[in-house]
Design a protein around this ligand. Structure first.
Ligand code: SAM
Ligand code: SF4
Ligand code: F3S
Length: 442
């Protein structure tokens, strides 16, 4: 009988990608995925360390698993991801229910670690940074995501050390995968039915392998006729190089949504954060891209209430949001992270941070609503990803990543189809399939 593995994933798209690749690996030693805790003989928690209480969430989750398995055989419990990297052997000491701890750059060791544990019942912690061996290992295992839209990690780690951020410590230094290796994986994805590729990296636009940059990858991947759309995330303003901006002129498949985290609208706060870019750098990128294509829209990440943020800094962030009209953005209150430069700075008043967050979010949500409302009664192109859960409609995405639900059929999955938008809310568009030829598309 096959062993069953239950994988639970927190955090960013890179963790989602990693969980899928971990599964591709453990399949080789006989594991099959389950969505049901009860039948799992292995429980893997892929963790995120980006904001507060990450560690506590992990122990809380283990508590849940313990309860579920109280009267059953204990599963093999593996903690992966960024908390695993940050806490390493401490986790094995604090919670004996955990068997293995494995960091994001050691996933190539996962099968051996599991087999070793089964044989010798030995608890292990693997947290070395070895991105080269990891990607060489995974290059030999096909990525058969089978999804219409698939993630493809091209770059890992970060050398920028923003003062608030744990990523340089949990993912290690910047590493760019070899160009050819990435194209091989793109081919596997195409062969398994992917029509959209989302290139991933903690600093995806810092991609730099020999003479190749992100722009080269985009232009090469779009040569696959099966690929209809290309996206990339997350990028840093400092790495928005000219070639990447220029690629918006030549690429036919790069989508017009640029996710470019700015964090704050105030140069003073950006300096305190060690962001290495200014607001005028940001506007310059915005202007250049909008000059190339006025349909390009931006989304972003914001940190509110960073130590030293005063009312006028906050106002500058609001101002920036109003000017750029960001869509689909993320905003969070600053959360001090152990080991980072900002960990011990004096926090600003919690109530003030909360009020500022509310104002920022209300502005961001208004932008999102207006954007979606502007599409009502227009016909847009939708890449159809799946049937809805109740199987009565289909689900796809607009060029701007917004979910679109409409009266399509199973045969539409994997196609780009015109959909007339009838109604919208902040996060989704609802429409009807259009069949007329030569329908004008917004
Ligand atoms: N590399 C990307 C960049 O430079 O913008 C961001 C990667 S990080 C995984 C994703 C987002 O988490 C950041 O853009 C930031 O807004 C947020 N974040 C990181 N550390 C944080 C902290 N200590 N408190 C609150 N938000 C944080
Ligand atoms: Fe974190 Fe800054 Fe690196 Fe982004 S650039 S991953 S925010 S340290
Ligand atoms: Fe979280 Fe690690 Fe991603 S800290 S956001 S899972 S890089």
């Amino acid at each position: 009988m096959k062993q069953k593995i239950f994988i639970k994933t927190f955090g960013c798209q890179m963790n989602e990608y990693d969980s899928n690749r971990i599964y591709d690996s453990v399949k080789k030693i006989g594991y099959e995925k389950t969505q049901n805790y009860e039948e799992a003989s292995c429980y893997l928690l892929n963790t995120c360390h980006i904001r507060d209480k990450a560690k506590e969430k992990v122990y809380h989750e283990i508590g849940r698993v313990k309860k579920i398995f109280r009267s059953k055989k204990k599963p093999l419990v593996i903690i992966a991801g960024c908390v695993a990297q940050a806490e390493n052997q401490e986790m094995l000491k604090r919670e004996p229910y955990i068997d293995l701890v494995i960091g994001p750059q050691a996933y190539h060791k996962i099968n051996d670690t599991i087999l070793n544990h089964i044989k010798k019942n030995k608890k292990t912690e693997e947290t070395e940074f070895d991105a080269i061996s990891k990607f060489e290992y995974f290059n030999k295992i096909k990525n058969n995501s089978g999804n219409i839209s698939s993630f493809l990690t091209i770059q890992e780690g970060c050398n920028k050390f923003c003062h608030f951020c744990v990523v340089p410590y949990t993912r290690g230094p910047e590493y760019s995968r070899p160009f050819k290796q990435i194209l091989d994986e793109a081919k596997y994805l195409v062969d398994s039915g992917s029509q959209e590729i989302i290139l991933l990296g903690q600093n995806v636009n810092a991609y730099n392998n020999e003479k190749y940059r992100l722009s080269d990858l985009i232009l090469e991947i779009e040569k696959f006729s099966e690929i209809k759309r290309i996206r990339y995330t997350t990028s840093h303003p400092k790495d928005m190089s000219n070639d990447l901006i220029e690629v918006y002129k030549s690429s036919k498949k790069l989508m017009p949504l640029v996710h470019l985290p700015v964090q704050s609208g105030s140069n003073k706060v950006l300096g305190l954060m060690n962001r290495k870019h200014t607001i005028s750098d940001y506007y310059k990128i915005y202007d250049e891209l909008r000059e190339i294509n006025s349909n390009i829209k931006f989304s972003s990440d914001f940190i509110i209430g960073y130590p030293g943020e005063e009312e006028e800094d906050f106002k500058a962030t609001l101002e920036l949001i109003k000017k750029i009209k960001f869509i689909n953005s993320y905003s969070f209150i600053f959360s001090p992270r152990p080991g980072t430069v900002a960990a011990d700075l004096n926090l600003i008043d919690k109530k003030i941070s909360m009020e500022r967050l509310e104002q920022i979010q209300s502005q961001l949500y208004d932008n999102q609503m207006l954007m979606n409302q502007s599409l009502e009664n227009k016909t847009i192109n939708v890449l159809v990803e799946n049937l809805t859960e109740d199987k009565t409609q289909v689900f796809g995405r607009s060029e701007y990543m917004t979910s679109v639900i409409f009266n399509g059929k199973k045969e539409d999955v994997g196609k780009i189809v015109p959909v007339k938008i009838i109604k919208s809310n902040r996060s989704s568009l609802f429409g009807e399939r259009v069949f007329r030829a030569n329908q004008k598309v917004a």
